[in-house]
Design a protein around this ligand. Structure first.
Ligand code: FEO
Length: 392
């Protein structure tokens, strides 16, 4: 992809990674991704905002072949998909300074071994004149590491937001075309990497609230030339109470836990509670992370293996605990062969969740009528808790 003009002397640079299917060796990328960098040629100085994943270095350098001078490299975020090419950029532009937050400075030295003398820290709210264009730096920690910031181009009302508002989508069109598709990708992205940091992201949204923004240019996915909806979506994901939703990740080895899962799902549905099932043998964990944004209750369905939970349910539980979702109730259901400590082990893995543990339902072997009655009771309790808390 060649560089593309956004406005006069403002360009999208970067790489569309159509083929990538896994990020951080963890996050599925069903739609690929992009690494967006931006070039701003002011009347006096030129700034390059972020870079690309090192695997895409050649693409970025080919887009810069006519750019003889870069005065500033703005590093909004140290993660290597945006910063990994900076050492090579400094070889090509040896007089450039790398501008970042104070925390970003130490992280760039740690992760890329950048020399201290090339790094310049910028304060929250500080501005940088490029001549006829002015960048304002706004510190926005935890979108998605502690050092992150965004840049606001005052004359053109463009917010360069890096991971903030981003989405993992590979697309040839520069601007968002299909809002529903981008909404889902952006929500998935929020769930995967920002869900634990809702409190500070809420403050970041407040800091940006008074900025007149015509365009949001993130570092992944498409550019928003009608940005209001994605900001509203973030407000919803960050601030909205949990919804009347049970997320139910599960494994079944010989069918018994599955029978329990299906019974509970039907019972909850009859009581007006929405349920999303995730069979962990086939689940895309990005979808699970997305559902956790909204869930009021998490029920883990696990058989007992070698006296403990199935490893895949332990993985999902560990993930849910790490993401610190809004869920206020949790429970465990499942079948065991002869004994074990599945409940104790899983319960010990959710220490981050500020959630009430509802009475688990375990059965030995095939579930019978007493198991179904206990599942009905669990469904009653969940429905009642959701009603009492006004979850809709
Ligand atoms: Fe796109 Fe947190 O890096």
């Amino acid at each position: 992809m060649n560089k593309r003009k956004i406005k006069e002397n403002i360009y999208w640079l970067g790489a569309i990674d159509w083929d990538r299917r896994l990020f951080d060796s963890l996050v599925p990328l069903p739609d690929g991704t992009s690494y967006n960098a931006y070039l701003i040629e002011g009347s006096e100085k030129t700034a390059l905002l972020d870079a690309v994943d090192p695997a895409m270095t050649d693409t970025l350098f080919s887009q810069l072949q006519d750019t003889a001078k870069v005065d500033f490299i703005i590093s909004h975020h140290t993660e290597q998909d945006h910063s990994g090419t900076i050492p090579l950029l400094l070889e090509r532009y040896p007089n450039a300074k790398v501008l970042t937050t104070p925390r970003g400075k130490t992280l760039l030295m740690d992760h890329l071994h950048l020399a201290e003398e090339v790094l310049v820290t910028v304060a929250d709210g500080e501005t940088l004149s490029l001549g006829d264009k002015t960048l304002r730096f706004i510190h926005t920690p935890w979108v998605h590491w502690p050092e992150t910031m965004v840049s606001y181009l005052e004359e053109d009302r463009i917010l360069f937001s890096c991971d903030f508002f981003g989405s993992h989508i590979a697309a040839s069109e520069l601007y968002v075309q299909d809002q529903a598709r981008v909404y889902e990708a952006a929500k998935r992205y929020f769930g995967e990497i920002m869900l634990p940091f809702r409190a500070v992201i809420s403050k970041n949204l407040e800091k940006l609230a008074d900025l007149p923004v015509d365009i949001i240019a993130p570092s992944h996915g498409q550019v928003y030339n009608q940005p209001d909806w994605i900001v509203e979506a973030y407000r919803d994901w960050v601030l909205h109470p949990p919804r009347n939703l049970v997320v139910l990740p599960f494994i079944s080895m010989h069918g018994s836990t599955r029978i329990m899962v299906d019974h509970l799902t039907a019972a909850l549905t009859e009581r007006g509670v929405q349920v999303e099932l995730f069979n962990l043998t086939v689940t895309d964990i990005g979808k699970l992370a997305m559902a956790l944004i909204d869930a009021a209750t998490i029920v883990v369905g696990s058989p007992t293996v070698l006296a403990g939970p199935h490893p895949l349910t332990a993985y999902a539980t560990f993930l849910a605990n790490a993401l610190r979702p809004k869920a206020q109730f949790v429970s465990i259901i499942g079948s065991y062969g002869w004994g074990g400590k599945t409940v104790e082990t899983l319960a010990g893995m959710i220490t981050n969740l500020k959630a009430e543990v509802l009475e688990p339902v375990l059965c030995k072997g095939l579930p019978d009528q007493s198991t179904f009655a206990a599942l009905d009771q669990l469904a009653d309790t969940i429905a009642q808790k959701h009603r009492e808390n006004g979850f809709q």
